[in-house]
Design a protein around this ligand. Structure first.
Ligand code: SAH
Length: 373
């Protein structure tokens, strides 16, 4: 089906033409709790109005101001004057045979990001992007190829949730959110925090902190802040077992060496019974030897850790290879035998380039585009 640029349905979030937070390029800012709080305070309205309006926007996904019937008429009129429902924007959906849906969202300034809905009964996980492209330069990641184009605003992150909710299958309910799409979430900390506030709020998406995971290459100052300021789950991409090996694969390791990263992880004030997930992308012949498994187990000794092994997902133009299933299992078993919790991440949506590290705004020929918003 040929894509039509705009359908009739408008996404149910707002943008303010008057905000001082205009994104680079002169586009209009979308609606965040912070922007609304300022607006409500400036008008001398009682603060509880914020919660009321936010609940209409996020929890109840109102499509217009006129339906916000518990607000005084004058306030509705003022909202109508100062904010707009977001104009329809382009959304493309690609559905994998396994039910995974990759959503491409184009913003008014032309920037685009991808998010992925991953059904895995009884869970339904939404994988969100935090930046357009990424500046971390990991050698094995397709998004790194784009470089960092720009940060997403908090409301642009939330827009991904609202759009995803419009693409649930009958009976589906969103249970988990992971920041494992495009970008390094901790390099866009303020927007990340705005999005987390709405994800967790009663008046927002009402998720528990255990069901929201932020994955990072290991930006140490922001990791400390995240753990002290929010109850979300932390995942750290490790992928190397020596300083040299990790620095070759993940340039951030030159700024924050492996040793410092692990020391920081040891000192984080984690909530009770919480563990840090360590993601480890398995690259055949590079970091998947039994020696690597041994070193990894030694590095994580004494940490409240679990390891999530991710067999590398290929994309064109790089030399890496995906390890065989037997090699993955052998690596996992070695970790288990050393007493570590270790799981293997099943790749989902590989046929539509929706798996980890494949998000690069590509559209493989022949992939079916299922819907437009
Ligand atoms: N910037 C964050 C989150 C995005 S990537 C981070 O790096 O943690 C989410 C996970 O996918 C990371 O663990 C990353 O190392 C991994 N990844 C990147 N490219 C991959 C690929 N081609 N195959 C498998 N995993 C990949």
């Amino acid at each position: 089906m040929a894509p039509t640029p705009h359908g009739g349905k408008s996404a149910s979030f707002l943008r303010s033409p008057r905000s001082t937070e205009a994104p680079e390029g002169g586009g209009r800012i979308l609606f965040t709790p912070a922007a609304l709080r300022r607006w409500v305070a400036d008008r001398g309205e009682p603060p509880y109005r914020c919660q009321q309006i936010l609940s209409w926007v996020y929890a109840r996904r109102a499509k217009s101001f006129s339906c916000m019937t518990d607000l005084p008429r004058g306030l509705r009129a003022a909202l109508e004057r100062d904010f707009f429902l977001l104009a329809p924007q382009r959304v493309e959906v690609q559905r994998s045979w396994d039910g995974t849906r990759k959503l491409l969202l184009a913003f008014p300034d032309g920037a685009a990001v991808e998010s992925v809905l991953i059904p895995d009964a009884p869970r339904l996980t939404l994988c969100l992007s935090s930046q357009v492209g990424c500046g971390m330069g990991c050698a094995f990641c397709a998004t790194a190829r784009l470089g960092l184009r720009r940060n997403l605003h908090g409301a642009e992150i939330l827009a991904q949730v609202l759009v995803a909710l419009e693409h649930l299958d009958p009976g589906e309910r969103l249970t988990n959110v992971v920041f494992m799409g495009m970008g390094e979430p901790l390099a866009n900390y303020d927007s990340l925090l705005q999005a987390i506030e709405v994800l967790l709020a009663e008046w927002g998406f009402g998720l528990s902190g255990r069901r929201v995971t932020v994955s990072t290459v290991g930006l140490l100052p922001q990791m400390r802040r995240l753990v002290s300021e929010t109850p979300v789950q932390l995942a750290v991409s490790l992928t190397g077992t020596s300083e040299e090996q990790r620095a070759q694969l993940m340039p951030i390791s030159r700024r924050y060496p492996l040793r410092e990263l692990l020391d920081t992880c040891r000192s984080l004030p984690l909530p009770q019974r919480r563990r840090i997930t360590f993601e480890y992308v398995l690259l055949a012949g590079v970091n998947d030897s039994m020696g690597d498994a041994e070193r990894l187990a030694t590095l994580l000794r004494g940490l409240r850790a679990k390891v999530n092994l991710i067999p590398w997902n290929p994309f064109p133009g790089v030399e890496f290879r995906r390890p065989t299933e037997a090699a993955v299992r052998a690596f996992q078993e070695r970790l288990l035998s050393r007493g570590l919790l270790a799981t293997v991440r099943r790749s989902r949506g590989r046929d539509v380039q929706a798996a980890c590290g494949q998000l690069a705004l590509s559209r493989p020929a022949g992939a079916s585009k299922e819907a437009q918003v």
